[in-house]
Ligand binder design. Structure first.
Ligand SMILES: [Zn+2]
Length: 256
């Protein structure tokens, strides 16, 4: 059963406004830059929400956490320009630090009510072996905010009225159900957007990391095309797209 079709929800590439939430300043580029490039070309409005300040992203000689935050802010804005981002929202939680999921959820409920997106992108907090607390906590907070943005009892109305987010698309997921295909040009553009985060990627590991991204994107493409009569190569970004109804008490969501 496809609940999205029953609800008449649009495909991820035909929505008009998205809010893309990331734990750290580079997660969006790494996982969904190609998808956002395609959405931008359709005229879709794109809002970035960056939950933590990225202060733990230390590489090389930079040891001053506040300087890392400043560098990563510049990189984030530069990367956003490459992807056609309309607006940046930062929540300023400490990268790798102590904060509660409920605090992030409350901030995101306000964002979703203000922005009224057709679809929200989030890191998947249920990816097995994900050890980074920011990814787990932020993914949980986004999911709970999608579930409760329309609930005025749990989250009393302060400014914007309750709003139902129709869909969520998880990236960095082990259970994809939608593969967004990328052209060679878009994949190269994605790599450029990732490399905009020079503090994280412009180092001796980049040749290996670049190769990993290419292999992973080619493997994702083959999931869809493995049975093609004529073999072909391409790139894809895996997503787990769910309606808001699938975020609570539906065991088959795992297999959706
Ligand atoms: Zn991250």
């Amino acid at each position: 059963m496809n609940i999205q079709s029953l609800l008449g929800l649009p495909d991820v590439l035909t929505v008009k406004k998205v809010v893309a939430v990331q734990p750290h300043p580079d997660d969006i580029e790494v996982n969904i830059a190609g998808t956002l490039l395609q959405l931008h070309r359709t005229g879709c409005e794109i809002v970035f929400v960056t939950v933590t300040d990225g202060r733990a992203g230390a590489w090389g000689d930079v040891q001053d956490a506040d300087e890392i935050v400043r560098i990563r802010e510049t990189e984030r804005i530069e990367a956003g320009k490459l992807l056609g981002v309309h607006k940046h929202i930062t929540l300023g939680f400490p990268d790798g630090g102590e904060y509660a999921v409920s605090d992030v959820t409350a901030k995101l409920v306000a964002v979703f009510r203000e922005e009224k997106p057709d679809l929200v992108f989030s890191v998947d907090p249920w990816m097995p072996y994900e050890a980074h607390p920011d990814h787990v906590k932020v993914g949980q907070a986004v999911s709970q905010a999608v579930l409760f943005a329309n609930n005025a009892i749990l989250h009393p109305v302060v400014s914007a009225a309750p709003f139902q987010v129709p869909q969520i698309a998880f990236y960095a997921t082990s259970y994809p159900n939608r593969f967004v295909e990328l052209t060679e040009e878009d994949f190269q553009h994605k790599l450029n957007a990732i490399l905009t985060h020079r503090s994280q990627f412009d180092n001796e590991m980049w040749p290996f990391i670049q190769q990993y991204f290419a292999v992973a994107a080619k493997e994702a493409y083959q999931v869809v095309h493995k049975d093609d009569s004529v073999s072909s190569e391409g790139y894809a970004e895996p997503l787990k797209v769910l309606s808001h109804l699938q975020l609570h008490s539906i065991p088959s969501t795992l297999y959706s």
